[in-house]
Design a protein around this ligand. Sequence first.
Ligand SMILES: C[S@@+](CC[C@H](N)C(=O)[O-])C[C@H]1O[C@@H](n2cnc3c(N)ncnc32)[C@H](O)[C@@H]1O
Length: 468
Amino acid sequence: MLSRKRRREAPPSIHPRNRYAEKRLDFSHLASLYPSFNPYVFSSSSGHSTIDWTDFNATRELTRILLLHDHGVHWWIPDEQLCPTVPNRSNYIHWIEDLLSSGLILAKNDGSKGTVRGFDIGTGANCIYPLLGASLLGWSFVGSDVTNVALEWAAKNVESNPHLWELIEIRNANDSNRSERIVMEKTENSDQELEGSSTQQSPILVGVVKGGENFDFCMCNPPFFESIEEAGLNPKTSCGGTPEEMVYPGGERAFITRIIDDSVQLKHSFRWFTSMVGRKVNLKFLISKLREVGVSVVQTTEFVQGRTARWGLAWSFMPPNKSSITSNAPNRSHLGSFTVEGLKRQYGAFQILKSVESFFKDNGVSFKSDSSSFSVDVALSNDQMNTLPVNGLNESSISAADQSSNVLTKPCVFRVLVFEQMPGTVLVRWSPLEKDSQFIGLFLHLFNQLEEFLKKEFNSKTHFVCGK
Ligand SMILES: C[S@@+](CC[C@H](N)C(=O)[O-])C[C@H]1O[C@@H](n2cnc3c(N)ncnc32)[C@H](O)[C@@H]1O
């Protein structure tokens, strides 16, 4: 029944709500609308119009016209500054949107309902995250930075967009209200002085966040590299990037560790702390650091950007919203979950969700899938009960309620949720949506089959976490 091999879908390179998810960019159409872009567009060997991704001027002009055309944002950066690509940066914004609506932590109760407020650590000259978050979703932002050029150009980019003035504040992290500055410890790599950098460690959140301020989230595309040599240049693209933007003593591991340390002090001021992470080995290190400091929730995601992979790491100290998981369930013993571990790099929650859908489809079970919340609602109606395969069902897997009733008065609905715990590990959890669910035993049986199916499908080991 379940042995049929089906082709796996390619890993998602773009968030489903990203406006560039549906169709590839039509460079020749954009060039016809924006003559300044025309000189950069040519036909590739496959016949598609394209640009030279190694040409900084071409990528900057593309970003400028996409922000204008699709977001109504006027934008520019000086030569050599880090040039963001709009589709890639939009993915991070949409992931935060998912976190905020996930219900994983308790909703805020401060009367500010509806107004989302974010803090972008290291907004850069390009100020890309506040510009996207404000224009796409109406979020308000504080964008911080430490270099003069970043602060000056981020402010210019806000000034060029009067409709966003109210929503974006640019803040110099060095204008901290904390008088004492920590003298940077000399590390092996700090012998190499960065041009224009301070020998003191600039504050990141503590001291930059003002007393009484509250944010829904912070985000950060950190300086990833430990040295200028390591930053190097990707010969396949030219996104610019000065040493001040790309390099930090100790690299991203040290920078994000400081965000974690600050988050402990500011645990009540932010609902979610988030950062991009460039290296998987650092992701593992940072997750264990988060466990040490006692966060209540950790979430990760993978951003596939062309040939590079980046991870998103999110954590919170807010109480987890247990009710979203248990309130509709008759009791905890009727919850079940397992993890699918050791997944290959290209597989994650999205592919597991697709396989969960295939499983129920193949078994003739009605379901409704929501890829934004990574959930599948499965409804067992009377008709479907009769068509379900019951081979292997034994008495112990059928509850008393199942045995005493062969008739479902209304469809019995269960929710299956798929969570990416960290790259390579996905948690699959199910629970009934009604208090008096019938046929729990039958669903448990079905769920055990699902577990077996996923194990075979992804050639992975599964680990049962809880449930009957
Ligand atoms: C990789 S760039 C990211 C720029 C932009 N957010 C983007 O995604 O393109 C990192 C930025 O962090 C800034 N930065 C470094 N230390 C900082 C600190 N302590 N507080 C705020 N920004 C900082 C750098 O100046 C740089 O602009």
